[in-house]
Design a protein around this ligand. Structure first.
Ligand code: 13P
Ligand code: SF4
Length: 357
């Protein structure tokens, strides 16, 4: 039964003590969240992985790219464990290293490799945290950087200081929303089309580009619409609409504010008057906020449930299984990024950690 599972998790945690730290993302289900030692957004979890005290193992309740990042940032002797190896992220899968390399070669052919008078290189690659370690290594290798939804603006500014343009992957929406906020006009953020070779692009659009967007998106956040926001405003006068910047641009524009999962949490926690909030992000997090802050009315913009199906794959059964294995001295489901990849990815990740939200 569920209660038995929780009792097993608690017992294993007690036995392991400080040897294990459980990190959890805000999108995890409540049955997991209750066992997490630290809960956070992607930036905070990356930071935590680098600063957890003496734990031998980090059990990462989140998705694969987050566990990879933790492994890159944790001390070499620490093991990072992902309770269910099938917990991936469909957005991260939308940019593979070969396609990005191919794009890069074509951009180099188009823009050359010379810096301008201000010393800015032709292109700086910026990868969203939601990407494979190989792509973070690509950025480390090419003078680029990683961003999360909480520091995307700071990171883009960093990149514009060093580059004439930015290649941003995999999330077109975070890229577009952030560049727009920094004043980049839409016509200067063309989307790279991997199916069309260089000649197929409207050459001028690419030559004039400030940000070249990749075609990735999040299937959870893609569900939110302007119509949902209009309906929320019609039915709940005075409603505050907060969405995640992985939502399409029109949705972010129609909302009152947009920000990372931690931003959303803090915005709700900071409201001193009873407020109605319509939230555009993953349902487990929205429901938890509603339970935690009963003085407010909090609902998800999408009336049909929208869980992140891969985050949901971290079931308490898997958590119990990995913790009990650790008690027996086994280390299942280790996420180990090869040293050469990790070394390059770490460069881009450390630049990111310096770009505070
Ligand atoms: P945050 O960095 O806002 O926690 O976002 C992670 C994520 O996967 C959103 O879909
Ligand atoms: Fe990936 Fe979207 Fe799930 Fe975040 S919510 S982990 S971007 S699929």
């Amino acid at each position: 039964s569920a209660e038995e599972l929780h009792a097993r998790i608690r017992a294993a945690k007690r036995t392991l003590g400080d040897r294990v730290v459980i990190l959890g993302h805000f999108y995890q289900r409540d049955e997991i969240v209750q066992h997490a030692d630290f809960l956070g957004d992607s930036f905070q979890l990356a930071n935590a992985a680098q600063t957890v005290p003496d734990a031998e193992a980090i059990v990462f309740c989140g998705v694969h790219f987050m566990a990879e990042t933790a492994d890159i940032l944790a001390r070499p002797e620490q093991r990072v464990i992902l309770p269910n190896l099938a917990a991936g992220c469909s957005m991260a899968d939308m940019a593979d290293a070969d396609s990005v390399e191919e794009c890069w070669e074509q951009l180099e052919a188009l823009y050359g490799t010379e810096s301008d008078a201000a010393g800015r290189v032709p292109v700086i690659p910026v990868t969203y945290m939601n990407s494979s370690a190989a792509l973070k290594a690509f950025c480390g290798r090419h003078g680029g950087i990683v961003c999360t939804s909480s520091n995307a603006e700071t990171v883009l500014e960093w990149a514009f200081e060093r580059g004439q343009r930015v290649l941003f992957f995999p999330d077109q929406h975070l890229g577009r929303n952030t560049a727009k906020k920094l004043g980049v006009p839409l016509e200067r953020m063309p989307m790279w089309d991997p199916r069309r070779p260089l000649g197929g692009h409207a050459g001028d659009a690419l030559l004039d580009a400030r940000v070249i967007l990749w075609h990735g998106f999040c299937s959870v956040h893609k569900r939110f619409t302007v119509a949902q926001i209009e309906q929320a405003r019609a039915e709940h006068p005075g409603v505050r609409v907060i969405v995640h910047p992985e939502c399409p641009m029109a949705v972010v524009d129609a909302a009152d504010e947009a920000g990372s999962t931690d931003h959303i949490r803090r915005a709700v926690a900071a409201a001193s008057e009873p407020t109605t909030f319509a939230i555009g992000t993953e349902i487990n997090m929205v429901n938890r906020l509603a339970a935690e802050f009963p003085q407010h009315e909090i609902f998800c913009l999408d009336p049909v449930v929208c869980p992140c199906s891969t985050m949901y794959r971290i079931h308490p059964g898997y958590l119990a299984w990995v913790l009990e294995a650790l008690v027996r001295g086994e280390t299942p489901n280790v996420i180990a990024v090869p040293d050469a990849v990790a070394a390059e990815a770490r460069i881009a990740l450390e630049r990111m950690l310096d770009a505070k939200p």
